[in-house]
Design a binder for this molecule. Sequence first.
Ligand SMILES: [Zn+2]
Length: 298
Amino acid sequence: MSRIKGRDAGQVVSGRLIECCPVGCSDTLAETTIVLPEGPLRRCQACGQLVSQITATAYASSMKEFDTPRGTLPTLRTQRRHDARAAKLFGMVNTLIRSESGTGVRLLDIGCSSGALLRSAMMHGFDAEGVEPAAQAAEFAKSTGLKVFHGYLEAARFPESSFDAVTLMEVIEHLPDPSVLLREVGRILKPNGVLVVGTGNGASWTVRLVGARWGYFQVAEHGGHISFFNPLSLAILAQRCGFDVERSETRRVSLAERKEAGYLSYRLLRVATEVLAMPARMFGKGHDMLVFLRKRPI
Ligand SMILES: [Zn+2]
């Protein structure tokens, strides 16, 4: 591991972007057997959070892929899955804030990219707007009539208690210190407001079975993925930032990527994947994690 000089005289710091558990634990990070091009992932001994050994420079350059006009728009093939997932997500948000249709409910989608989820929120009756730091994706979303702030959440300076609900989908795994963002979300949410966090599950059966080959771990495929939560670590972070867990669920297991297997073995693996899906969901071992949090009353 290369080492660079720190700012203070005599202080030497590592070149790694993440040196301590992003959840806020003081326990050490131990190397795992999940070996990526940046080095083995490290695991917090207290909460099980997995973190990358990527450098700040490599992290910054891996993030550039997000700045495209298309952003994360679903393809024709994935549109139906997107719609079904959005309907379930917004149905649950409505249940938690006890609104029948979402009408009049103010929702903010942080990291809204080109606006796919934002558009779904509006179709479900929410008064929705977004925040997106990637310029081209934000411009595309705005060009389709969506209300989007280009920049980071803190720069938007939303007034205190502005929103009933906030969605944070596939964002938190990009952040070296997620507590800064969660505390700002707590400030702009109304009392008892709901925060939905979607991210990968680093304690899933997919990780157990596929290990370092899981695409989600690869910054070459998913730029900026550096910090991998599990149901426990996300719950601890939420508690530390003023939220209570209302509901936590996981789904889906992968045994292999299509490109890794021949046609027949891929079909067989797909069958095995289907068989594992239900127990994975029951035991919190799926690799897609969706957590509904509520801002704790002060
Ligand atoms: Zn930890």
